[in-house]
Design a protein around this ligand. Structure first.
Ligand code: AMP
Ligand code: GLY
Length: 420
């Protein structure tokens, strides 16, 4: 089978690496891909939001499966587009339709969904221009800090955590008046939850589900979780505190009601549900849903999965997941992201990258190949993933890989996994 992967990050390189191991996989294409995906398949210069070009390419290259890495094509309705075209509807597509993708595309929608289906989450109200004064009155009654969230997709930047009532009211004003464009014309004012975060991944065919290995992501740029938010600076799997008692609560209180809720709402959800959770004194609360896999979490989750991923994906779009169980390796997997100096602020691209000793689990992200040389091409450059029998062992292997890669301005966090 020919497979088309959409996206250009470390997540998509990891998908390509894992799918390529299947005997069912013939040729992998990645649109648009990066210097790493090129070593596994063929990169094609199609943008992930060019639905027409994706459909044309799929028809012309006999694509049997499309795996959508990022959220925006899903939120924009790529599944609906592929499944409504007579020439592409047979293609196995991994990712929910436009309605399902609203779990990520609208935080107001996902909060209402959680409340309706009794899924534990922080208390909130949702505010627009019309009830702005109600929003400010709500802030005055809250314990600080308070969380303000843009309803729509804001490239990971739409969440503010604010310490004083005055600042919260000011920022609420700015958000409602266009700070994140249309994404913040509705804002959620949310209670701040204190705890430790963990990412849980569910693969569902709309009826049945499998829970994949969990992971912890390190979002801040600075050591000790300080500084600005990034796309993710590293990740580890498994996560010590997510023991079987905790994961049992996650399944009963969150995963089951989520999948049941989607069914009750007649949402034909096929693909990943990525649940961002907060462990508050041993109890799981949903911070957010995403309609795709995480990045960099994919780079530590897939190396721990022993199943044939093409087989699992075929079963997903054929409603046959009940036939499978996830086989997870007992090993630890960690990843350390190398980023461009200055990221997540301004940074310079096109620095040549020298890799003195690579590894199969070195997943490229913001990196391109030009005539055989590799150059930086984004903020997050490469995810140095590694396995080990212990967390320390895996981290040592990741940091050894880090030491074999050089480019001007190379930056990474030295404390990934140190808090666990
Ligand atoms: P989100 O985009 O919803 O994942 O939010 C981004 C980050 O903000 C999360 O990963 C959390 O670290 C933090 N966050 C969001 N909502 C809350 C909350 N209710 N309480 C505490 N932290 C939060
Ligand atoms: N690692 C967080 C995300 O993919 O959104």
């Amino acid at each position: 089978m020919n497979i088309l992967i959409l996206g250009s990050g470390g997540r998509e390189h990891a998908f390509a690496w894992k799918l390529k191991q299947s005997s069912l996989c013939k040729q992998i294409y990645i649109a648009p891909g990066n210097s790493g995906t090129e070593s596994i398949g063929i990169n094609v210069q199609i943008s992930v939001n060019d639905f027409n070009a994706i459909a044309e390419f799929s028809i012309n290259h006999n694509i049997g499966m499309i795996v959508c890495g990022p959220e925006d094509p899903l939120v924009n309705g790529l599944r609906d587009y592929i499944k409504s075209n007579i020439k592409t509807k047979h293609i196995n597509f991994i990712g929910p339709d436009k309605h399902g993708a609203m779990l990520e595309g609208s935080k107001d929608f996902s909060k209402k969904f959680m409340i309706k289906h009794h899924i534990p989450t922080a208390k909130y109200i949702s505010v627009t221009k019309e009830n702005l004064s109600e929003g400010k009155a709500y802030i005055h009654k809250m314990t600080m800090p308070v969380v303000l969230k843009a309803d729509g997709l804001a490239a990971g930047k739409g969440v503010l955590i604010i310490d004083t009532v005055e600042d919260a009211c000011d920022e609420l004003d700015k958000m409602i008046h266009g700070m994140f464009g249309a994404a913040s014309s509705t804002v959620l004012i949310e209670e701040f939850l204190t705890g430790i975060e963990v990412s849980v991944f569910v693969l569902t065919d709309g009826e049945n589900y499998l829970i994949l290995p969990e992971a912890k992501d390190y979002k801040r740029i600075g050591e000790g979780d300080t500084g600005l938010n990034t796309g993710g600076m590293g990740a580890v799997s498994p996560v010590g505190f997510a023991d079987s008692a905790f994961m049992n609560k996650v399944e009963q209180q969150i995963v089951k009601p989520t999948i049941d809720g989607l069914k009750k709402e007649n949402i034909n959800y096929i693909g990943f549900v990525f649940i961002g959770l907060m462990n508050v004194g041993g109890e799981p609360y949903v911070i957010e849903y995403n309609c795709r896999m995480g990045d960099p979490e994919t780079e530590v989750v897939l190396p721990r999965i022993e199943n044939d991923l093409v087989e699992l994906f075929l079963a997903t779009d054929n409603r046959e997941l009940y036939k499978y169980q996830i086989q997870t390796s007992n090993q630890y997997c960690t990843t350390v992201f190398l980023v461009s100096g200055g990221y997540p602020g301004d940074y310079i691209k096109h620095k040549q990258i020298k890799i003195s000793q690579g590894h199969e689990l070195l997943f490229h992200a913001g990196a391109i190949n030009e005539n055989g040389s590799i150059y930086t091409n984004g903020g997050r450059v490469m995810a140095c993933s590694a396995l080990g029998d212990t967390l320390e062992g895996a981290l040592n292997n990741s940091y050894t890989l880090v030491s074999h890669i050089e480019y001007e301005g190379k930056y990474y966090r030295k404390d990934i996994g140190k808090d666990l």
